[in-house]
Structure formats: C-alpha cells, structure tokens
Design a protein around this ligand. Structure first.
Ligand code: LLP
Length: 387
C-alpha cells in the first residue's frame, strides 16, 4: 500500500498525520454498490465514523444516503451535498434543538429510541406545523459477539425501545398527530465479524414486524443498522469487507413485504481500511521485558487501543532490518497510551516512520487535544498521485 515514492513524500510532512487512500475507498463503495445498492438496498453512511468533507463527497457521489447522530452531523451532511430526504437521524439523547434542525429540513427519518422522545418530537413537530417521519429503534436483545463497549442491542444497553414495550407504543402512536410512523430501526453493535448475529437479527425483525402487522401498522421501511466489521489483523489481505456475504444474509433471512424498503447504516466497513495514521519514532528505549518504541502519535490521535483494547496493525515504512520485539507506545501520560505490546517489527531507530493501519473509522474523528496537543492533519492519496 505504501510504495517507496509515497514514503519519500511522507518524509517531508509534519507527523503525526492521517493518510486516506481514496482509491481504496472508491473500490469499497463499488462493492457496496454491486452487492447492495444495485439490488435495491438503501445504504446510509454513518457519518460518525469519519466526517471529513472529502470522504463525505466521495460517498455521496457513490449514491449512498446518510445516517446522522447530532444536529451538527445533519448540517455537515447537507454541506457535503446530501439531500434532507437521505438523512436518518438516530441517537438516544437528541436535544430539542437537534430535533428542530431535523424538522426544519424535513429529514427522511427520526429514529426514535424512547416513548418520551416520541412525545417530545410530536410536540415540537405540532408547534412547527410539520409531520415528523419516525422509525422506531427497537432493542432486539441480540448478542453481537464484539467488544462490550460497542455492543448496543442487548437488554442492558441504553439504546432503543425494548419490544416488551410495544403494547405501550401501539397505544401511544395513534395519539401522536404530528408523527407518521414509517419504519422500524435496529443497530446491534459495531465491529461484527461473524454473520450469525445478523441472521439472528433478521429472525427477530420478522417476528417484530408481525406484531406491527397485527396492530394495523404498516411499515414502509426496515432499517437494519450497521456494524459490519473489518479485518484489523490483515488489512492488506482483506482490504474490502465481504459485502456479498453481508447482503446475502438479508436476501436469505429477512421477510420483506411488497414495496418495502430495506435500509442499512454502515460506517466502519466503508471507511475503516482506507485510513492510516502515520507517525514517527521519537525514541527507542530499552526496557526490562521488551524495548519501547515511543511514537509521536498517541491516544490523542487514535483512542481505539486505549478505549476498546483494539489492536491495529503497525507497518514500519522506513526499515527493512531484522525484526526485534517492541511495545509500541505513544507520548501521552497514560499507561493505556499503548498501540501494541510485544510486537515483532523490523529494528527501529529514531526518525523511522510507521503506519498504524485501519484507522479510517473512529480514528481522526475521536481525537482530542488532551495534553494540549495539536490536531493531526489529514492528507489524501489524490494529493500525491492524482488518484
Ligand atoms: N447506526 C447506529 C445507530 C450506530 O450507533 C452506529 C455506530 C452505526 C450505525 C455505524 O456502525 P458501524 O457500521 O461503523 O459499526 N467508536 C467505536 C465504534 C462505535 C460505533 C457507534 N455506533 C470504535 O471505534 O470501535
């Protein structure tokens, strides 16, 4: 991925920085088109994964819709050229102002996560003289087999309405005169590599849909959320997730009614592999058990290892020496500021460049200025080779 000429150009840039391979992003989107969109599925990009304008424009041009979780994400999506009727607005804690933003633009759907939210939205919509399109986010209680911090569809999670509350919902909805029920929404978690949780989800959706039917509610759409994972261990062997297998689960297991639309909200699987965090080795320090390679990037640029014990592959760009074992750490005053422990890498020296891979999703956008550090720049492949 990092050819010599590119690495030579990296050497003149201030580190750390994010590098985005737009060619890979486009190839990934083509796969989503071939296996999903061209079959009639509606795919919203979860903008939370990466809100860079350049990335958003490419995703819009590829024909995807958008999934937002804040008023500012709605504004960013519109700025990037998405249409209001492409915007799904999720979130367990929408403020009145954010709901108002959605109402003002007449967005595609408010994915409501509690009965109280529905009542507040109804009130705001009534005052504004509008009707809000609502999709009900239900918590299906499905084990997603992922890190517990990014599991969202279990009873213990704060997200969605428990299906046991459906009788209350069916009683409430007819009284909500400024709300139009258009669909149901689910999102069971993130970095889901195994397809079984999606099969379980389809079966759960089928039975929940029957309950809506029985109560006389017709659903224009079903939104199955996102969460499809990427290969962090071997990003070059699996640069593009297997979207064929993903969409086939829904072809085979979801009962879709005539004219009903099926929506998805994918984030990581679209942008994860196209981004890398490029960093310089500041010091190599001998330790008691392993040596430490101290980088100029840390948890302020990429918090995933510190927050979710995530393991991102580290590629050494400027050394071909025999391997030694390192703990690859950042400069921040926190022990959790560690990218990898005990990893064999070509021998490193001060000034070597490394790429921390698969950092396109939840990388740059989760960065902070803790320790008053500067925010890292972003560079895109078309600035280097025209692609
Ligand atoms: N839809 C909803 C309602 C969501 O909450 C999320 C992600 C997505 C879609 C997109 O999920 P994806 O396809 O990207 O998995 N910061 C964590 C991930 C948090 C995901 C939050 N919700 C990480 O770095 O692993």
């Amino acid at each position: 991925m990092f050819i010599e000429d590119l690495v030579r150009q990296f050497k003149s840039l201030k580190t750390p920085f994010y590098y985005y391979d737009l060619q890979l992003l486009k190839q990934t989107l083509e796969q989503v088109h071939t296996h999903g969109i061209s079959k009639g599925y509606h795919v919203h990009y979860a903008v939370k994964a990466n809100f860079n304008m350049k990335i958003l424009s490419i995703i819009r041009e590829a024909g995807l819709a958008i999934d937002c979780v804040s008023g500012r994400e709605i504004e960013r999506a519109l700025e990037a050229g998405f249409q209001p009727d492409q915007i799904a607005f999720a979130g367990v804690g929408k403020t009145d102002e954010e709901m108002q933003t959605g109402l003002d633009y007449n967005i595609f759907s408010f994915n409501c996560e509690s009965l109280q939210e529905i009542e507040v939205l109804n009130e705001l919509a009534r005052k504004t003289g509008k009707t809000a399109n609502v999709s009900i986010r239900l918590n299906p209680n499905i084990e997603a087999n992922t890190h517990k911090y990014i599991t969202t569809g279990l009873n213990e999670n704060k997200f969605g309405i428990n299906p046991e509350k459906l009788p209350d919902l069916f009683e409430l909805l007819p009284r909500m005169d400024a709300i139009e029920l258009t669909g149901i929404h689910f999102h069971i978690g993130s970095q889901i590599r195994d397809l079984q949780p999606y099969i379980d989800l389809c079966e759960r959706i089928n039975s929940i849909q029957q309950q809506f039917d029985k109560n006389g509610f017709d659903l224009e759409h079903i939104n199955a959320g996102g969460g499809y994972g990427i290969n962090y261990e071997s990003p070059d062997e699996e640069a593009i997730p297997d979207f064929k297998a993903f969409f086939e689960v829904f072809d085979n297991h979801l009962q879709v009614k005539d004219g009903q639309q099926i929506h998805f909200e994918l984030g990581r699987s679209l942008v994860g592999q196209c981004g890398s965090l490029i960093s310089k080795v500041l010091f190599v320090k001998e330790g008691i058990n392993t040596d430490f390679a101290v980088l100029d990037a840390g948890m302020t640029e990429l918090i995933r290892p510190a927050l979710y014990q995530a393991s991102h592959k580290v590629d050494v760009l400027t050394s071909r020496k025999p391997e030694k074992t390192y703990d690859v750490v950042g400069p921040i005053c926190e022990t959790s500021d560690t990218f990898r422990r005990g990893v064999p890498l070509p021998e490193l020296k001060r000034g070597d460049l490394v790429a921390i891979r698969s950092a396109g999703a939840y990388g740059q956008v989760m960065s902070s200025d803790f320790n008053l550090r500067e925010r890292a720049e972003a560079y895109y492949s078309d600035e280097f080779n025209g692609k």
